[in-house]
Structure formats: C-alpha cells, structure tokens
Design a protein around this ligand. Sequence first.
Ligand code: HEM
Length: 265
Amino acid sequence: MKAIILLLLAAVPLGATANQVDPNAAITAFEKKFGVSEGKRRNHTKGLCFAATFTATPEAAQYTVSPIFSGEPISVVGRFSHPGGNLHSEDAKTKVLGMALDFRYNDIHHKMAMLNVPFFSVPTPEAFVEQLTVTPAERGAFKAKYPSVGQFEQSLMEREAGARDYFQQYYNSIHTFYLVNKAKERQPARWIFYSQNMTGLASDSSLDFAQQAAQKLASGPMAMDMIVAFPHESDKLNDPTYQWVTSGERVNFGRLQITGTRRRV
Ligand code: HEM
C-alpha cells in the first residue's frame, strides 16, 4: 500500500510542491473524512480487481524503451475503483471511477493510475488534502482559491446521472509523464485508455457493476486501447487541472484485453 501512495505522490506536477505533502497527514485527512475500513485502502476503498493482458503496437517501441511496450504480451492485474473512502459507495450514484494497472514483467511492477475525468479537480497534492479537510463554511473561499474545483464540478454536472458501468468509460492518465526512447530523448506524454468493443453490449441496470462486468466478460474479453497524446507548445506540462489542447498527434500504444474479474478489494 505504501508503494502505491508513494507512487501517486511522486507522480505530481514537476513544480516545487512535489515533496510538500506529508503522506501521514494525507492518510489522516482521509481517515477523518471517511472513517477507516480495516485492511482496505484509505482512498478508492471500493473496487474490483481484474486480470488482463497488454500487447503493445510496434509504434510504441519508437517512443519508449520500457519493456512493457516491447510488443510481447504482458500480464496485468488491474482494479476498477470508486473514489473516496466509502466501501459501500453506490454504483448508480458514482460519476467518477478509477482504473489502476499493475503491469508485471519479470520482477518489474509498472503501475498506472487513471480516472474517467478530463482533468483533475485541484493542481497539487497539497490542495487535494486541503479539499478533504475544508468545512462547508470554508468551501466558497476554497473554490475561489482553486477555480479548477468549480470547473471540475461543472464538468461532472454535465455528465448523465451516474456512470453506467466500469467498461463504458475512458480512463485518463491526467498527469504528464515522460517517455524515454533509445536515443535517451525524453518526450512528455499523457494517455487515455478507450473501450473498443462495447457495441451491442447494453448494461443491465438491475445488476451492480461487479455483476455487469462478470456478465459482459462471459461473452469474451473487453478491449481497451491506450491512446497516447503529445502536447502542443502552448500546453502546460505540470498542471493536472489543465486539459491539453495537444498538437492533434495521437499514437495507439497497445491494447489491454480484460479477461476476467477477481474479487472486490
Ligand atoms: C491525477 C491525480 C490522481 C489520480 C489519477 C489518482 C488515481 C487513483 C486511483 C485509480 C487509485 C486506486 C488505486 C487502486 O485501485 O489500487 C488511487 C488510490 C489512492 N489515491 Fe489517488 N489519484 C490521484 C491523486 C491523488 C492525490 C493527490 C492523493 C493524495 C494526496 C491521492 C491519494 C490516494 C490514496 C491514499 C489512494 C489509496 C492507495 C492505497 O492505499 O492503495 N491520489 N488514486
């Protein structure tokens, strides 16, 4: 668990704020807001694990030397999740969902965390923790300090009520990461996993998300393509509240085939 927290906190914008959040203070803020579900994550507490395979396209290897993009099928353990510390978060009322991937290559675990939102609500981990502790009376001042919070709420309001299921989503890296190629050149990039084969598979709203996932996977694997975007010169690299314009260039880095669900963790 510690490793994932460190990974998330390390993957912040490159500004001066990267090491200003004390992980213990962040966890205490989650515990105060949501209480504690013993043995569970303090955030994204409700979730469903899945097994998958990722196979990179030949194009990916032109941008990165990472072995997970070699083109060889890579085994992945993934997890869909609901944000917040509520273990009993209601599926039908959830608008935001997460997808985490753990690529397993020899002894390497390469982890990615994504959300089905176009941009993050706040610019820094510090602001994220502040958001957890803000009282209703302080909310107005908090939103004035971080205009992205209002924009984020607006973008959620414009969504249809509730997410339909774990598969009918896109999952966005939100942050900028660097790809390193054979010549050791660093290229900033962001990515989104898009569902590919949802056509004809309607969600049965009488089932919860875990049951729907099992029902859909009974008819075969669910495919999601990893589409990588590169920034336009005007795009900000170190602000997750800023949605990239991008130069329009997109490269398909590979396909994730989800084959089965595991258990709620
Ligand atoms: C763009 C920013 C972020 C994204 C995309 C993101 C996404 C996610 C996802 C998908 C998970 C679930 C992981 C799983 O299923 O195993 C997660 C867990 C978590 N996130 Fe974030 N997150 C972000 C920022 C943050 C920040 C800023 C904090 C705190 C300051 C934070 C704290 C946590 C914690 C404590 C967990 C639980 C980790 C564990 O115990 O396994 N996240 N996040």
